[in-house]
Ligand binder design. Structure first.
Ligand code: G3P
Ligand code: MG
Length: 352
């Protein structure tokens, strides 16, 4: 019989509102992480941020905190998109979010070969943007005409981070979801046919739609939280409902979805083994600032490996101290250092 492994504690850190605010590190964040590094406690970052490769993003976090991390400790909003490469890697996909060529580069790095941006679509369909004057220079600089899109369908639409030019992106996505088979400039003859399921909407091989960050708001250096990718999805869904009378259909990753927590647990277990293969993780403390994302996800998650996920809410981000959080955390702490110290003490008591 295999020996029973010692159970250890581990940590999953949200980034914005826990470790940094905008570009600035939050007080005590570096020291809290250093403490875990010194004690050889496994930890990972689990963020709904994105827009970069895992390696670039974890290095950026490291620079802000003055520390070094491995991409193997890092799950960001769109990391689960790696699992879509076998299906869409050779097909044409539309990517949304970010600016310039940023997301095209990340999608290529993931293995998606045929990547189109909404700037490309603007260059291909000259009048698709009804109000182009404010953003035209950006799209002209970063978009290229793609005549093949008249005959090559777009198979999937992947949102990677918050869209910047909402009008264009809302219009382009709506056009594609109404198209025949994902071909630009077409309209499906099935739309509105009440004899068909869903009144004929999305019954004609239209592209599949993916989001990776459900956050409605997030924490920046501004005094109040700002609209995030989840808000864009809500706007799109409301427009779609008005236009078609039906609900938007999509697949979503990112906290609090189960898919993202499954992914995160896999990464954290692998990372824990690389630090000390004699130990198995018994408890993960998820430290976050957003009750609807970090706390809801950790509370709901049922591990397939017998690991207990416990949520700790900090008061340095989206959550307003003194208010009643929509999802009750296992514990509340003023900041990340207090959270880590409490969890280490609690973890030692529970596990030893
Ligand atoms: O939703 C925006 C994103 O930047 C939030 O990041 O680290 O708080 O999950 P995080
Ligand atoms: Mg956060």
């Amino acid at each position: 019989m295999a020996p029973v492994k010692e159970r250890s504690v581990a940590f999953a850190f949200d980034i914005d509102g826990v470790l940094v605010k905008g570009k600035k590190p939050l007080p005590g964040a570096s020291d809290a992480i250093r403490l875990l590094q010194r004690k050889n406690v496994p930890f990972m970052f689990l963020t709904n941020g994105g827009g970069h490769t895992e390696e670039a993003h974890v290095n950026r976090v490291g620079q802000r905190l003055g520390l070094t991390f491995s991409p193997k400790q890092f799950v960001q909003s769109h990391t689960p998109y790696f699992d879509l490469v076998p299906e869409y890697g050779d097909k044409t996909i539309l990517v949304l979010g970010g600016h310039g060529q940023q997301i095209r580069g990340v999608a290529h790095a993931y293995g998606f070969k045929n990547v189109v941006t909404s700037s490309d679509i603007m260059a291909t369909c000259k009048h698709i943007h009804a109000f182009p004057e404010i953003t035209r220079a950006h799209h002209d600089e970063h978009g290229s005409e793609r005549p093949e899109l008249r005959t090559t369908p777009i198979s999937a639409i992947l949102c990677w981070s918050s869209p910047r030019d909402w009008y264009l992106d809302l219009q382009v996505v709506q056009d594609l979801l109404l198209s025949s088979g994902g071909l630009l400039g077409t309209v499906s003859s099935k739309n509105g046919d009440v004899s068909l399921p869903n009144n004929g909407y999305l019954q004609d091989d239209q592209p599949k739609l993916f989001f990776c960050n459900p956050d409605f708001e997030w924490c920046t250096e501004h005094e109040q939280p700002r609209l995030a990718q989840g808000a864009f999805k809500e706007a799109l869904g409301a427009l779609w409902k008005t236009k078609t009378g039906t609900d938007l259909e999509y697949t979503r990753f990112g906290k609090p979805t189960e898919a993202t927590y499954v992914y995160a647990e896999r990464i954290l277990r692998e990372y824990g083994k690389s630090l000390d293969s004699s130990k198995e993780i018994g408890t993960v403390y998820m430290i976050g600032d957003n009750p609807e994302s970090d706390i809801a996800g950790a509370n709901a998650f049922q591990s397939q490996h017998g690991i207990e996920w416990r949520s700790i809410l900090v008061e340095t981000g989206v959550y307003v101290p003194g208010s009643v959080p929509k999802h009750k955390p296992y514990h509340t702490a003023k900041n990340v250092m207090e959270a880590v110290e409490w969890a280490l003490e609690k973890g030692a008591a529970v596990l030893n």
